[in-house]
Ligand binder design. Structure first.
Ligand SMILES: NC(=O)c1ccc[n+]([C@@H]2O[C@H](COP(=O)([O-])OP(=O)(O)OC[C@H]3O[C@@H](n4cnc5c(N)ncnc54)[C@H](OP(=O)(O)O)[C@@H]3O)[C@@H](O)[C@H]2O)c1
Length: 335
């Protein structure tokens, strides 16, 4: 495993991070609900392979992902760098409507009092007294950014969090957070959609991450499974499932995806790697301060994923890979 500082913070994080949206189950990850024993085994696998960085959010399974992690972290909390999110909550205390799902109405609220309640709720669910990193899940223009930065910096001073970040944001949001008068430590990480099928938003962001020494953290680098190989295209999911709602489920993309897998096959065979490892190695090659966040529920996938770090692709191979999907790339993805 390779480790890097998370942006300008003192957190030493594995380059591969564990994503736990799927662990939360519910109607968006409808194929299976994970058990506490499975969550514990997943963390065992992470530890065995050197992954110390875990990402979750209150809304993943409406509390379920955080609760499963809380149980799995018992007795080994300090072995992991724990990152959760704030702003999306289902307490019914105001903010902007974000979505209704599984009988819950989720609002987006970046006001200081809401963020403090989010942190207390996450600490309780995960049975810990500090969070290593706290990400504003959806940046929001309705409430003053200076107030949000103020409470995030206060939470650092109080020892409740050690770093903070932004998600579903634009470079202009990073600029605004970094230039707020309340800023001390500043934004350590931005977590944004990024994959070989949707690389443009990340590319717009990289110069700003460089300017502020902020890590860029991918989400959806495997496009929720669609980049793991042609067999995935045959799978069917419930209407509510994320994998039935992203563009790649549409037949019109399948020809392009199949052609890309065919073009990448000789490279996979020559390197003895999976398609997943190949597109992960491609992503890592795009920016030096990259944190590769991958959603995994199976220990076997943890073992497979970490091997992407051993792959070195030449500029020609990287270009060939992207050329194969040029016709189906999209600019914006809403997950
Ligand atoms: N900030 C945001 O708004 C936002 C949005 C989306 C996601 N996220 C975060 O980013 C994380 C990653 O995104 P994601 O989980 O949506 O999608 P992803 O990482 O693109 O894909 C996850 C899927 O890939 C499978 N997988 C993982 N490694 C594999 C391998 N080596 N071979 C074959 N299949 C493999 C997983 O299977 P198994 O689960 O069966 O192991 C899972 O079904 C999330 O878990 C979450 O923490 C954040």
């Amino acid at each position: 495993m390779q480790y890097k500082k998370l942006g300008n913070s003192d957190l030493n994080v594995s380059v591969v991070a564990l994503g736990t949206w799927g662990l939360g189950g519910g109607s968006v990850w409808s194929d299976r609900d994970s058990t506490a024993a499975e969550a514990a085994r997943l963390l065992d696998a992470c530890k065995d392979h050197g992954i110390n960085y875990i990402d979750t959010a209150p809304v993943y399974g409406t509390g379920a992902s955080e609760e499963l992690l809380g149980a799995a972290l018992a007795g080994r909390r300090h072995d992991f760098v724990l990152q959760t999110k704030c702003s999306l909550n289902w307490r019914g205390e105001g903010g902007n409507f974000h979505y209704s799902r599984d009988g819950y109405t989720v609002n987006n609220d970046t006001r200081p009092e809401a963020i403090r309640r989010d942190v207390e709720d996450s600490l309780r669910r995960m049975k810990t007294d500090y969070l290593d990193s706290l990400i504003v899940h959806y940046v929001c223009k309705s409430f003053p950014v200076a107030d949000t930065v103020g409470v995030l910096e206060d939470l650092i001073r109080e020892g409740k969090i050690r770093a903070y970040g932004l998600s579903n944001s634009q470079p202009a949001d990073l600029e605004e957070y970094q230039n707020a008068p309340q800023k001390r430590q500043g934004v350590s990480v931005v977590q944004e959609f990024f994959s070989i099928l949707s690389p443009f938003h990340g590319r717009d962001y990289f110069p700003f991450c460089e300017k502020y020494n902020t890590s860029f953290q991918t989400y959806g680098v495997l496009e929720e499974g669609f980049l793991t190989g042609p067999a995935f295209l045959e799978k069917r999911f419930a209407k509510t499932d994320i994998r039935a709602r992203i563009p790649w489920v549409e037949e019109k993309y399948h020809d392009g995806l199949r052609k890309a897998f065919a073009a990448w096959t000789p490279l996979c065979e020559a390197r003895g790697c999976s398609f997943a490892q190949l597109v992960e190695a491609w992503a890592l090659a795009q920016f030096p301060n990259m944190s590769l966040l991958v959603g995994m529920r199976k220990s076997a996938n943890v073992a497979d994923t970490v091997r992407c770090l051993d792959l070195r692709l030449s500029p020609r191979e990287l270009e060939m890979m992207e050329e194969s999907v040029r016709g189906i790339q999209v600019a914006v993805l809403d997950k």
